[in-house]
Design a binder for this molecule. Structure first.
Ligand SMILES: C=CC1=C(C)c2cc3[nH]c(cc4nc(cc5[nH]c(cc1n2)c(C)c5CCC(=O)O)C(CCC(=O)O)=C4C)c(C)c3C=C
Ligand SMILES: [Fe+2]
Ligand SMILES: [Fe+2]
Length: 334
C-alpha cells in the first residue's frame, strides 16, 4: 500500500430519485425501480402488463407534480440531502482518521450508479470498501436490492476490493439518541405535541409473512425511541405510510390513523419518519403536505412534521461510529 493510498473507502447507497420533476423523468425512474422483483414480486409477464399498460401511463404525471412541489436547486430532496450527507461524512471521517477517507454516493436505481461510484473509489486508490445502505431497518425491498445492484455493478470488475457490509442499524444506541435529540430540539423550538407518531415506509403484509424482518425492526426502533423520550404508551404510535397497490400492507396505516385521530378531535400531533436517513418525497410531500391536510380537514387541531436526521452532526457521528466499528484491521497502524 503506497503512503497516500487510503486504508478504505465508504460506499453510501440510497434508493434513487428522478433526474427532473417531469412526467418523463419520473416514468424512467419508476420503470426501473418498480421492475425490481425485490420491490414488486408479482410474476414477470403479468407485472410487465400492469406496469407498462397501466401504472406508467397514469402515475408519472401525478407524481411529477408532487416532486415539483418539493424540488431543490440541486435535484430532488433525496438527492440534495444525500449529497450533503456524503460531504459531511467525508469531512468527519477525515478528521477522525487524520487522513483522507473517500466516501462515494450511489443509488440503487438511476444515478449516481454503482458503476460511477465504484469508479470514484477506484480512482481514489481504494482496495477495501465498506458498504453502508442508508436504511436503518433491513428490508429485502431496499437493503437486499442494494446488494443485488452492487453485485451487478461489479460483474465487469476483474479485481474486487475487500468488502464489508452494514445490514441495518435500527437499534444502534447513537441512532436512537440522535432521533431522540432531534425530537427534543424540535420541541424546544416549537413546543410539544400531545402525541408522537413514528411513521415508517410500509411494505406489503405478505413480505413480512414471508420473512422480511423490516416491520419488526421498525417496531423495535419505535419502542427504543419512545423509551429514550420517556413516553407513556398513549403518547406514541408506530405506523406505516406510502402504500402502493391494492393488497394489504403492514398496519396500522399512517393516513387512516391520522383521519381517525382528526375525527376524534385529537389535539396536536408531532410526526417523525425514522425509516428515512434523509428527507425525500415521502416525508416532505406525503407527510408534511398530504397527511397534514388530511389530519386538519378531518378535525385535528395542530400538526407538526419533524425533519429526518439528514446531515445533523449527531447523525454523522453515528455513521462515523458505524464505520469505525466495521473497518477494524483495515488501518495501517493496526
Ligand atoms: C411495492 C412498492 C414499494 C415498496 C415495497 C417500497 C418499499 C420501500 N421504499 C422505501 C423508501 C422510499 N420509497 C420512495 C418512493 C417510492 N416507493 C414506492 C414503492 C415502494 N416502496 C414508489 C412507487 C415510490 C415513488 C413515489 C410514488 O410513485 O409514490 C422514496 C422516495 C424517493 C424520492 O425520490 O424521494 C423512498 C426513500 C423504503 C424504506 C421501503 C421499505 C422498507
Ligand atoms: Fe418506497
Ligand atoms: Fe408517497
Amino acid at each position: 500500500m503506497s503512503s497516500n493510498q487510503p486504508p478504505f473507502g465508504v460506499l453510501l447507497v440510497n434508493l434513487g430519485t428522478p433526474e427532473a420533476p417531469t412526467a418523463g423523468a419520473v416514468r424512467k425512474y419508476l420503470a426501473e425501480f418498480l421492475w425490481d422483483p425485490r420491490v414488486v414480486d408479482v410474476a414477470r409477464p403479468l407485472w410487465w402488463l400492469i406496469l407498462h399498460g397501466v401504472i406508467l401511463r397514469i402515475r408519472p404525471a401525478r407524481v411529477a407534480k408532487a416532486y415539483a412541489s418539493v424540488w431543490r436547486d440541486d435535484g430532488s430532496p433525496l438527492m440534495h440531502f444525500s449529497l450533503q450527507q456524503q460531504r459531511a461524512l467525508k469531512e468527519a471521517l477525515s478528521q477522525q482518521f487524520g487522513q483522507d477517507i473517500p466516501v462515494a454516493l450511489a443509488m440503487t436505481y438511476g444515478e449516481p450508479s454503482m458503476e460511477q461510484a465504484g469508479k470514484v473509489l477506484r480512482q481514489a486508490g481504494v482496495n477495501n470498501m465498506l458498504v453502508l445502505p442508508l436504511y436503518p431497518q433491513y428490508s429485502a425491498s431496499t437493503t437486499a436490492a442494494v446488494f443485488d445492484r452492487l453485485a451487478k455493478g461489479l460483474k465487469a470488475c476483474p479485481h474486487l476490493p475487500g468488502m464489508r457490509w452494514i445490514n441495518s442499524y435500527y437499534n444502534h444506541p447513537l441512532y436512537i439518541q440522535a432521533l431522540a435529540q432531534s425530537v427534543r430540539d424540535y420541541w424546544q423550538a416549537h413546543g410539544r405535541g400531545d402525541r408522537l407518531m413514528m411513521s415508517f415506509h410500509g411494505i406489503p403484509q405478505r413480505y413480512e409473512d414471508n420473512g422480511d424482518p423490516y416491520p419488526a425492526q421498525c417496531r423495535e426502533t419505535a419502542h427504543l425511541l419512545a423509551a429514550e423520550l420517556r413516553l407513556q404508551p398513549e403518547q406514541w404510535i408506530c405506523s406505516f405510510q406510502s402504500r402502493f397497490g391494492r393488497e394489504e400492507w403492514v398496519k396500522p396505516y399512517t393516513d387512516f390513523t391520522l383521519r381517525d385521530w382528526g375525527q376524534a378531535k385529537a389535539g396536536r400531533v408531532d410526526i417523525i419518519s425514522p425509516a428515512f436517513a434523509v428527507d425525500c418525497l415521502e416525508t416532505l410531500e406525503e407527510l408534511d403536505v398530504e397527511n397534514r391536510h388530511l389530519y386538519l380537514e378531518a378535525g385535528g387541531r395542530e400538526y407538526h412534521y419533524i425533519p429526518c436526521l439528514n446531515d445533523r452532526e449527531d447523525h454523522i457521528r453515528m455513521m462515523v461510529e458505524l464505520v469505525m466499528a466495521n473497518t477494524a484491521g483495515w488501518l495501517k497502524t493496526e
